[in-house]
Design a protein around this ligand. Structure first.
Ligand code: LLP
Length: 404
């Protein structure tokens, strides 16, 4: 198998492991990580992989071995990261609206913590005071990102402590002698415009002088990847240049070497993922030619939930004449992957590949309609390995208690 996965490679994998199946190309993750590292090589910057995008433990280990740290959004993700071998010093837990017990557990486990409410900050102060450093997630009131559902930094968003509540934050910091080591923002996902990060830096620099123990400025994730022809991913080189200029020229920098953190999810794993489904049924109607695949929003919800575009290719008939199709799933709800999408002529039994499926693909899948979650395969140094077997019937009953 070559460095880039060919149609023949994908067909071989689909034949061996069945469909639907997620196939991750490890080399592509490495390539994306290298882009970040190379761009920021002259600055004090650390990348935390936002593992909510894809938590298969093999992916976590692969990314750990590349040298990245990891950002978690639940205590279970923290535990998975530890299981994958990340030491606590390379794990960040950016919490949001969680029960304080999870913060207590995270502290016990010794990981970095970002707190996003005054309420939990107060509980943290009560429990730990100065004894354990902590970060604050702020809401910078910046509108950024793709679909509004993935925009998190605007002035109506639930995420972070609104920056205008700085007086209340400082009251708690003083009352409990909190050791604030990190200021965090994450304004959204699919941010093309690098100036969004610069605006965020300005907001954080404005308040940074209040925090004498500050070590890290965390600008979150949200780098855009290209999902269709002609689209550009976030210009990482330009970002690196602008960020280092902002840090070099800002007066607050005096005497301090603040480390910059980023939390990329999609940027690392999106393009590495291919989702392969098989065409069950063709249905010609007056309004559309439907292609029904053996999947649905139970396996890949992004098109239905965020109107996300996933490029689709008919890998079984790549030279067939182009026709327009509506690609739909087989579950009992409207689950349209694509409308009026030009594809090489599709026949029942053909295999379709959905690109850019590595991030929030498998991770957001479910057992809706009591269908099985897909298998996952990784291609590593030219060899395919099964890293999650497809569900089996027993999995549907595994946690059920039969009392009737
Ligand atoms: N850091 C924090 C605090 C986040 O909430 C997120 C994503 C990230 C980092 C990583 O963002 P990324 O680099 O992946 O854009 N399910 C949606 C995306 C939701 C993102 C939620 N937070 C989708 O499929 O488009």
């Amino acid at each position: 198998m070559m460095n880039s996965l060919s149609h023949a490679d994908l067909i071989t994998i689909a034949e061996e492991y069945g469909t639907p199946v997620y196939v991750y190309h490890a080399e592509k993750i490495k390539e994306q990580y290298r882009k970040l590292q190379d761009a920021f090589s002259n600055s004090n910057t650390v990348f935390f992989y936002a593992c909510k995008a894809l938590t298969n433990v093999n992916i976590l280990r692969y990314i750990k071995n590349l040298g990245a740290n990891v950002d978690c959004s639940s205590i279970n993700e923290v535990r998975l990261a530890l299981h994958a071998g990340f030491p606590p010093s390379r794990i960040l837990y950016t919490s949001n609206g969680i029960d304080f017990n999870e913060i207590r557990d995270a502290k016990e486990l010794g990981v970095y913590i970002n707190i996003d409410s005054l309420s939990n900050l107060e509980k943290f102060g009560n429990a730990f005071g100065y004894s354990y450093p902590v970060g604050i997630r702020l809401r910078p009131n910046i509108l950024a990102g793709g679909n509004i559902k993935i925009s998190t930094g605007h002035d109506k968003s639930k995420f972070g402590i609104p920056v205008e509540q700085i007086e209340q934050i400082l009251k708690l910091v003083n009352k409990y002698k909190l050791r604030i080591s990190d200021l965090h923002i994450h304004t959204g996902s699919e941010i093309k415009d690098v100036d969004v990060f610069l605006k965020g830096i300005e907001v954080l620099f404005d308040i940074a002088p209040h925090f004498e123990n500050l070590e890290f400025i965390d600008l979150g994730g949200g780098f855009k990847v290209a999902s269709m022809a002609g689209e550009q991913e976030t210009d990482i080189l330009l970002l690196a240049e602008k960020v280092s200029r902002a840090f070099a020229s800002h007066p607050y920098k005096k005497g301090r070497n603040l480390q910059v953190w980023f939390e990329p999810g999609k940027f690392l794993v999106s393009a590495a993922g291919n989702f392969i489904a098989k065409v069950n049924v063709m249905k010609e109607t007056a309004t559309a030619d439907f292609v029904s695949v053996n999947s649905g929003f139970n396996h890949l919800i992004r098109p239905m939930f965020y109107d996300a575009y996933h490029h689709i290719e008919n890998i079984s008939n790549p030279d067939g004449p182009l026709k327009n199709y509506s690609v739909v799933g087989n579950i009992c709800e409207t689950d349209t992957f694509a409308w009026d999408r030009p594809l090489n002529q599709v026949r029942e039994g053909d295999l379709l590949v959905f690109r850019n499926a590595g991030a929030y693909g498998f991770e957001m899948s479910s057992n809706f309609n009591s269908r099985f979650k897909p298998a996952e395969v990784i291609v590593l140094e030219g060899r395919a390995h099964l890293i999650r077997r497809r569900d089996q019937f027993d999995d549907l009953l595994r946690n059920q208690l039969e009392v009737i």
